[in-house]
Write a protein that binds this ligand. Structure first.
Ligand code: ADP
Ligand code: VHF
Length: 338
């Protein structure tokens, strides 16, 4: 499956010249048909800038804490995780290689430890410093439940899944990175879904701060993985529909469908961070998404609350916010009236 992956970036567009994948909806299921690009027509409903999705074969889906857990009480959002697993099943069965990066261990561990009454720290205090021992302990407590849930749901759907816990320190090692890629390739070749999270319980970033391979949250971990495993598309799932011109709670906030550096970079306003358990925040997510896109892997930031979000994305529907390295060129062509 991997022989055609010549370069870290743009692999799919190169492969697209010979064949691509088309999804169509038959009642309740995706049907996947490989067809030659010379026959390719873009459906009327499809955003023309998103036709590249038809050739995406390897996708990373990063799932944020706010998707995995419920805002009301911090417990697992079973319906959302179940819907995601069902969608991933459809993708895997249609020949798409799916790699998940999931957050939620800290949030889940916190929730459990409060329930057992063994932790007194407030969530707000816990979120202040990721290096807090309590936060590490929460991750250790929550990770097993998190992966058990994915594993249970996937096995009920007859999909095999696997757990990969990594640290920044691992990524700084060339042999580790090679082993990681080999293992991921081997898993996806067997139609097993790799599920990544940071191994928070033992992670430190001491003495490795100035290294490009350091990640500090799961957004940046997903970005590193996208390059390492030569993904064709990176999807960030979160609790809002995409990037807005200002915090989505503000009445005149507008969803940005395609992020144009020149137009949006200095204009977008960001709200206060942070949900406890989350890291990074929206401004950081945008910075990461643009960097990944510039390197050649398109990124879509969208809601993890949709039952059919993956189908919509792979049908080329204009949902969420697209980051693409050609976005500025599209904008230029538009203003030139091309
Ligand atoms: N301009 C903006 N557009 C969209 N979301 C924003 C914006 N500013 C702040 N946010 C907030 O960013 C949050 C998502 O970012 P983040 O908490 O990092 O996601 P996650 O941790 O789930 O990956 C949303 O809950 C949203 O309210
Ligand atoms: N590794 C942590 C995730 C931290 C993180 O990046 O959270 P988020 O910003 O919600 O994606 C956990 O499992 O809780």
């Amino acid at each position: 499956m991997q022989e055609g992956r010549e370069s870290a970036y743009g692999g799919a567009s190169e492969r697209a010249s010979s064949a691509s994948i088309h999804f169509s909806l038959t009642p309740g299921v995706y049907r996947c048909v490989a067809f030659r690009s010379s026959l390719w027509t873009i459906p009327a409903s499809m955003d023309s800038h998103r036709h590249f999705v038809k050739s995406c074969r390897r996708i990373i889906i990063k799932v944020g804490t706010n998707v995995v857990t419920r805002a009301e009480d911090g417990k697992f959002a079973l319906g959302r995780i179940g819907a995601l697993c069902e969608q991933v099943k459809e993708l895997v069965e249609s020949g798409i290689e799916v790699i998940i990066v999931t957050s939620g261990a800290v949030g889940m561990g916190y929730c459990l430890l409060r329930q057992y009454r063994t932790l007194n720290t407030s969530f707000a205090d816990l979120a202040k410093s990721e290096a807090q021992p309590d936060g590490k302990a929460c991750a250790a407590v929550g990770q097993s439940g998190l992966i058990m849930l994915y594993d249970t749901l996937f096995s009920l759907l007859d999909v095999a899944s696997s757990q990969l816990l990594v640290t920044s320190r691992d990524f700084c090692n060339k042999d580790f990175r090679k082993q990681l890629v080999d293992t991921v390739n081997s898993l996806v070749d067997m139609q097993v879904v790799p599920i990544f999270n940071e191994n928070d319980a033992i992670s430190t970033r001491e003495n490795i701060k100035d290294n490009d391979l350091v990640f500090w949250d799961n957004d940046s971990l997903a970005a590193l993985l996208a390059a390492e495993v030569k993904a064709d598309l990176l999807i960030f799932l979160m609790d809002v529909d995409g990037l807005y011109t200002k915090p989505p709670s503000e009445p005149d906030a507008k969803l940005i469908h395609t992020f144009i550096k020149e137009k949006h970079l200095d204009k977008v306003q960001y709200g206060e961070k942070l949900e406890p358990g989350s890291r990074g925040g929206m401004a950081e997510k945008v910075r990461i998404a643009q960097r990944v896109a510039d390197a050649g892997v398109p990124v879509i930031i969208t809601s993890g609350f949709l039952l059919d979000g993956m189908k919509k994305i792979l049908d080329g529907e204009e949902i969420g916010t697209l980051f693409h390295r050609d976005a500025s060129l599209w904008q230029k062509a538009k203003s030139n009236g091309d």
